[in-house]
Design a protein around this ligand. Sequence first.
Ligand code: BTN
Length: 252
Amino acid sequence: MIHFPETFPVPLIHVHETDSTLNYLQTLCKQSVPKEFTTVVADFQTSGRGQRGNSWESESGKNLLFSFVLFPTFLEARRQFLISQIISLAIKEELDTYTSEISIKWPNDIYWKEKKICGMLIENDLVSKYINQSIAGIGININQKLFLSTAPNPVSLLQITQQQHDIAQIASNIIVRIQEYYALLQKGETQSIAHRYKEALFRKKGMYLYRAGECEFKACIVDVEPDGRLVLEDEFGERKEYMFKEVEYILK
Ligand code: BTN
């Protein structure tokens, strides 16, 4: 069982096992209105959810599996990518304190070199033009030694640093960092958030291989639009914008 000290920066629900901390928190939010930043952490998930309907592999007690809820009712739905940006930045900056070469792989994976150390799913509930509720579910590989699933390129902090790390401390630090970024967002400092995000991007400079549908091409990142679209420029100078899942990186 992961040990959490009495003090945690936000309301904390720590369970040993659940199907998914995202499901747990979604259910809780249907039954009541928890305080903003209420966080659910699990040692183990029996059906951890990943992107594209995949499952999320994690050995019991070895990694940080958590979900938390925000009520960013001040934020327009068309600006929802800012939620992804602040969470990605907070995690990247926390991981930067343990190792170098951490980046954000658009839209919101966290990478170490060419490998994935963290993934997240963000489930926004919109009411007309605004975000009513946002639940983020995050998995960060911390102390797992070996990955068995077919996920192509997982890596843990232990594999990078050859050391065990304090999962509860990392969770607490990340929440504090997200709170700081959330305060920036509430103040409307969206340009600074977008700028920092672009600076933190995986393959920020240089030409790399991408795939869009059947088509493979070399391109470089030109920009990320406020709605989250990735702007790529190919070898022939042609620019195109891609929404999530419309383009994928071809990794080494
Ligand atoms: C991805 O595939 O990149 C997203 C992975 C998200 C995993 C986390 S673990 C905690 C939370 N609960 C889930 O069921 N999924 C997210």
